[in-house]
Each structure stands twice: as structure tokens, then as C-alpha cells.
Design a protein around this ligand. Structure first.
Ligand code: G6P
Length: 611
């Protein structure tokens, strides 16, 4: 979703702002703009609909000079993507410029009030109210105006503000939308996401909700909503920009698929001492586990699919009832949750608005809350506290379609299942040891599964014209099919649907006909016979069956499939970590064959910070 950057220092700001915006472009956007305070003391704004190249061309035609500026990539919510609706927005005289992520929920009433006081609006955005509001509240001190404005603004926001009357300051503020401040000698940076400032500094501060940051060339100050100065321990970012660059791969998605062995290793190792029984990384006592009545795993998109896989594993190993729920539904259904229940929010970004809201709801109702999250310092991680956050160490995930975050989320789900199983006394330590040993082997097996790429490339070159694809499976294979169908539709725009294989005959089988493509995942040994009969039903309708199948089942599956994609063997429970590889690769190759914008699919955003 939208991205924010800001700069103050001694260098020309517009190239720095543009570089930052480029690094944020993976989040998804449909227009972009910058505002820079020129040497004449005026704010110069340049905005363009569409890709960043359009803004770049505009900046070549109409250059802006100045060492203080803010920039934005917009993903339209209020008002169509257009030059006018693009940020930054200014007040009537153009003295104040604002960039904003999030949604100002009371913008309609504020707009009426501001118009009565003389403001003239030029855009359809909610953001423009902030510029006019700051103008009307300004009495010679932007910090005071911003603090006052924050008591009037409802909704979520990360704001970047510059003002001609204070030309050597960049202001920022946040509420429910991430904002990070970076600094080094004589220079300050703001951004909605770390990659945007990482080529300049690794020392950052995460602004908390209802705080403002004041940046000038002498440093950064942070204040709470009452104007009291706050001290923040700077966070030193360990990963470098190369982790967020393509490194020779054609696309980020392909690079991230290939990074999975490493991501899995990094996520597993800190939680593995060699012998089962040490689960000190899990923020639950044995007593708490024994008293658990239910676990709710709540998330959106791919993270939700990791939760579905987690449900199968936890119920099997720990015998605790688990529900996996979609966050946007969970929040509004008056959920039944309370004491002696565990709520796990799963989120790559840690910023997804629906997941955050669901988490707050569960917390309010007295549940124990935990998060599985990939981004240190993100809102969700902070909301549950670092001690209750299980980090996936996947590294920065740039492609909009999630791959390595998913595998590490599933891996953590499996680890949680083993830990809960043992702590509850349901899982024998021999079985736990066996599972942990196999997880230890996982990076090498995933590497082997990556070997399916060539076969998939060949196959997708003939399959890419398909208009519909069905994904089927049973048990954990169904959980995987959900993710496979999502991946394919996200990046290739092919209509795809996942069905529990046994459910096909209750309706969807009506859609099967000669040549229809069905991808079956077959990794669950205990369910093999049932799945094979489903495959026969599918084949009998003339469909083209591709089976993603574990090596040990090859002989039995061969007669029922037109194409076989073989993956290595491990415990049934851990098979999703391997089977997902060719399914991700399938989506990727289909998208490439169809000429799609793989890393930035249309209409999608990496981190959805609105409901
Ligand atoms: C967006 C992304 C998906 C992602 C979902 C949840 O829709 O496009 O790839 O799975 O948000 O994101 P999260 O950061 O909470 O895992």
C-alpha cells in the first residue's frame, strides 16, 4: 500500500526521495509525488498518475531543488488514481504539504468544517483535510498544530509534513500506520518501511502510536500527544540492501522462492537445541498449555493459509481445538474468546489492519495473545510485545505475492504444534524428536524440491493459456491447495479455485470437462486411497490432471495423473513445506509465460493497512 518518504540534510532531496519511493514501490501504488522546499522558500510539488517513471519524467522537465522534502506512492482508496488525488497535498496557499498513509475516518465532517472556514479542496482524498486542518490550526508552531490536529483526526495515519514557515524541519506523526525515522550526521529520513532508507542509514527509531517526530539537521526528537519528549532506543537494522534486491534473479518472487531453504533454516535454528523438551522460545507455561480451551489463529491472505495448515498440525499433535479464521470476518462476528484461550495473529508485515483489529478484539476479551510475524518493530509485534512474538526470519519479502514468509509461517506452526503436543503430554518425545530431526533436514529437502523448476517451466509453456485451474487435496493438501490457488490468481490473473478433494462431487464437479486443468496435491499417506478415488472421478470427466506428489507415492499415483511433479519425502505433517515449492513455482512460471507483472500484480498491495 501507500509509501512515505521524507528527507532533511545537505544533499538535494528529490533524488533521495525518488530512490526511497522506488524501494517502496513493491508495496503497490497507482500514483506518486514529491514536495520540496526550494531556495526561494516555497514548496514545489510534482505529482503524476501511474508508474514512478512518469514522476521521474516530470521531474526532468520541471526540476525541483532543495534539501528538505517529502514523497509518496499512493494506492487509491478515496478518489480515483489521478494527478490531482496523488500526494503530497497542500493547504490553499501551498505553505504546508502533507503525505499520508492510512484513512482519516472523519474526513467528511472535518472537510465541511474546514470549508466553512474558507478551505478550498481540490482533490477527493481524505488526506487533503490534514493540510487544511494544519493550516487553520497553525499559530507559529507546527509541532503544536500537529499535536492539536491529532486530537481531531480519527482513523489511521502515518504523516509526513513540511511547511514554508519552518523550512528546516520535517515533521511526522503516526497512529496505526507504520513510520520509521532514520538518522545519521546532519541528515534525517522518514519512511513507511525500512528498505526506503537503508541505503543511507541502519540506525532507526520506530515511532509509536500517537507520537510525532521532529527532524532537523541537528537530530531527531520524538514527542507524545501531550508534547512530552520521549526517549527511543535506536534499533540497528542487521540486514542490508542486498537482501532487498533481486540479486541476479529475473523477479523478486523467483529470488524469494529460492531463498526458502535459508529462511527455513534461520527460523528453525534458534528454536532447536538438538533434543525435544526445550520450548523456552514459546511464551506459554506448561500449566497455561494444559488449561488451554481453544486456540484461534487469525490472519489474512497467505498468512491465513499458513494458519489453516497450523490448525491441522496443532489439533493432531496437541489435541487442542483450533479455529483458523479470516481476520476481516473475525472482528465483526462478535467472536467467542476469553480466558484460557490463545489467539495467534499471523502476519508477514505485522501491519495488516484487519489482523491488528482482530488481535485487539481478542486481547480486549481476555485471551492470551501471540504473534507470528516477519517484521521487527511492526505494529502487531509491538502490540503483543516482543516476548510474545515468534519471528519468522525470512528476511525482507518484496514481491507482493508471499512465498518465503508462508513457508516460515507454516514451519513455525509445525514447531508450535510439536511444542504444545509435548507440553500437554499428548506427544511422545520419540515422535517429537523424529519431527524435529526432519525439520532440521528440511532446508536440504526444500533445495531438492526447487529442482522442479525446469519441469514446471516446460509444463506451463503449454498450460499458460488455461482460463481456469482447480486445485484439490485432502487434509493438509487442502490447506496447501488454498495457498496454491491464491498464488496463481494473484500473479497470473487466472481464475483458480481450491476444493477439498472430497467436496468436488457436491457441486464443482459440474465444471469439470474435457481439458480442464486440475492440480492435485497428494502428500498425505493416510488419505491416499480416498484422494485417488477423487482423481478417478476427475479423470472420468476428461480433465487434465497434474499431480504434485511425494516420491514414495509415485507408483500409485502415476496411473491416475497426466503429469507428475515429484517432491522428496518427509513426515506427512511437514509435507506442506515441500509441496508448496512447485506450487509457488507453477504460479510464477504461469505468470511469466503470460507476460504478467509478477512482482507487482495489478490492484494488489503488499501490506494492506486499511480495512
Ligand atoms: C496482502 C498481501 C498478501 C498477504 C496479506 C496478509 O493481501 O498481498 O500477500 O498475504 O496481505 O499480509 P500480512 O502482512 O498480514 O501477512
Amino acid at each position: 500500500m501507500c509509501g512515505i518518504v521524507g528527507y532533511i540534510g545537505n544533499q538535494e532531496s528529490s533524488p533521495i526521495l525518488m530512490e526511497g519511493l522506488e524501494r517502496l514501490s513493491y508495496r503497490g501504488y497507482d500514483s506518486a509525488g514529491v514536495a520540496v522546499i526550494g531556495s526561494d522558500g516555497k514548496i514545489n510539488v510534482r505529482k503524476a498518475k501511474g508508474r514512478l517513471e512518469n514522476l521521474e519524467n516530470l521531474l526532468k522537465e520541471k526540476t525541483v531543488y532543495g534539501t528538505v522534502g517529502i514523497g509518496h506512492t499512493r494506492w487509491a482508496t478515496h478518489g480515483e488514481p489521478s494527478d490531482l488525488n496523488a500526494h503530497p497535498h497542500t493547504d490553499v496557499k501551498g505553505d504546508i504539504a502533507v503525505v499520508h498513509n492510512g484513512i482519516i475516518e472523519n474526513h467528511v465532517s472535518l472537510r465541511k468544517q474546514l470549508e466553512m472556514n474558507g478551505a478550498q479542496f481540490v482533490s477527493q482524498t481524505d488526506t487533503e483535510v490534514v493540510a487544511h486542518l494544519l493550516n487553520q490550526l497553525y499559530e507559529g508552531d507546527m509541532k503544536a498544530a500537529l499535536l492539536k490536529a491529532m486530537t481531531m483526526l480519527e482513523g489511521s495515519y502515518a504523516l509526513g509534513v513540511i511547511c514554508t514557515r519552518e523550512p528546516d524541519v520535517v515533521y511526522c506523526a503516526r497512529n496505526d500506520s507504520p513510520l520509521v525515522i532514520g538518522f545519521k550526521d546532519g541528515e534525517g529520513f522518514i519512511a513507511s518501511d525500512i528498505p526506503a532508507l537503508l541505503s543511507h542509514t541502519r540506525d532507526v527509531i520506530f515511532l509509536k502510536d500517537k507520537e510525532i517526530g521532529v527532524l532537523d539537521r541537528s537530530g531527531v526528537k520524538v514527542f507524545d500527544i501531550y508534547g512530552n519528549e520521549q526517549h527511543h532506543e535506536p534499533y540497528h537494522v542487521e540486514w542490508d540492501l542486498s537482501s532487498a534486491e533481486k540479486g541476479g534473479y529475473a523477479h523478486y518472487m523467483l529470488k524469494e522462492i529460492h531463498e526458502q531453504p535459508e529462511a527455513i533454516k534461520k527460523t528453525f535454528e534458534p528454536r532447536y537445541s538438538g533434543t525435544p523438551g526445550d520450548y523456552s522460545w514459546l511464551p506459554l507455561t506448561v500449566e497455561e498449555v494444559k488449561n488451554l480451551r481453544k486456540i484461534s489463529i487469525v490472519a489474512c491472505g497467505t498468512a491465513y493459509h499458513a494458519g489453516v495448515a497450523g490448525r491441522y498440525a496443532i489439533e493432531k499433535l496437541a489435541r487442542i481445538p483450533v479455529e483458523a479464521a479470516i481476520a476481516s470476518e473475525y472482528r465483526y462476528r462478535d467472536p467467542i474468546i476469553g480466558e484460557n484461550e490463545l489467539f495467534i495473529a499471523v502476519s508477514q508485515s505485522g501491519e495488516t489492519a484487519d489482523t491488528l483489529a482482530a488481535l485487539r478484539e481478542a486481547k480486549r476479551r481476555g485471551a492470551k495473545v501471540m504473534a507470528v510475524c516477519n517484521v521487527v518493530g511492526s505494529t502487531i509485534a509491538r502490540e503483543v510485545g516482543d516476548e510474545n512474538t515468534l519471528y519468522t526470519y525470512a528476511g525482507p519479502e518484496i514481491a507482493v505475492a508471499s512465498t518465503k514468509a508462508y513457508t516460515t509461517q507454516v514451519e513455525l506452526m509445525m514447531l508450535i504444534a510439536v511444542a504444545l503436543g509435548q507440553m500437554k503430554g499428548e506427544l511422545a518425545s520419540e515422535k517429537a524428536q523424529e519431527l524435529l530431526d526432519q525439520m532440521h533436514q528440511m532446508p536440504a529437502l526444500v533445495e531438492k524440491a526447487l529442482g522442479t523448476e525446469e519441469q514446471l517451466q516446460k509444463f506451463t509453456s503449454i498450460a499458460s493459456h488455461k482460463k481456469h485451474v482447480f486445485f484439490v487435496g485432502r487434509g493438509l493438501d487442502y490447506a496447501l491447495s488454498l495457498e496454491a490457488a491464491l498464488k496463481l490468481k494473484e500473479v497470473s490473473y487466472i481464475f483458480s479455485e481450491a476444493y477439498a478433494a472430497g467436496e468436488l462431487k457436491h457441486g464443482p464437479i459440474a465444471l469439470l470437462q474435457e481439458g480442464r486443468l486440475v492440480v492435485a496435491t497428494i502428500t498425505q499417506t493416510a488419505l491416499l486411497d480416498k484422494t485417488l478415488s477423487n482423481l478417478r472421478e476427475i479423470k472420468a470427466r476428461g480433465a487434465w490432471v497434474v499431480a504434485v506428489c511425494r516420491e514414495s507415492l509415485k507408483e500409485k499415483v502415476t496411473p491416475e495423473a497426466d503429469e507428475l511433479i515429484l517432491i522428496p519425502d518427509t513426515d506427512d505433517l511437514l509435507m506442506p513445506l515441500l509441496a508448496v515449492i512447485p506450487l509457488q513455482m507453477f504460479a510464477y512460471c504461469m505468470a511469466v509465460a503470460r507476460g504478467c507483472d509478477v512482482d507487482k500484480p495489478r490492484n494488489l498491495a503488499k501490506s494492506v493497512t486499511v480495512e
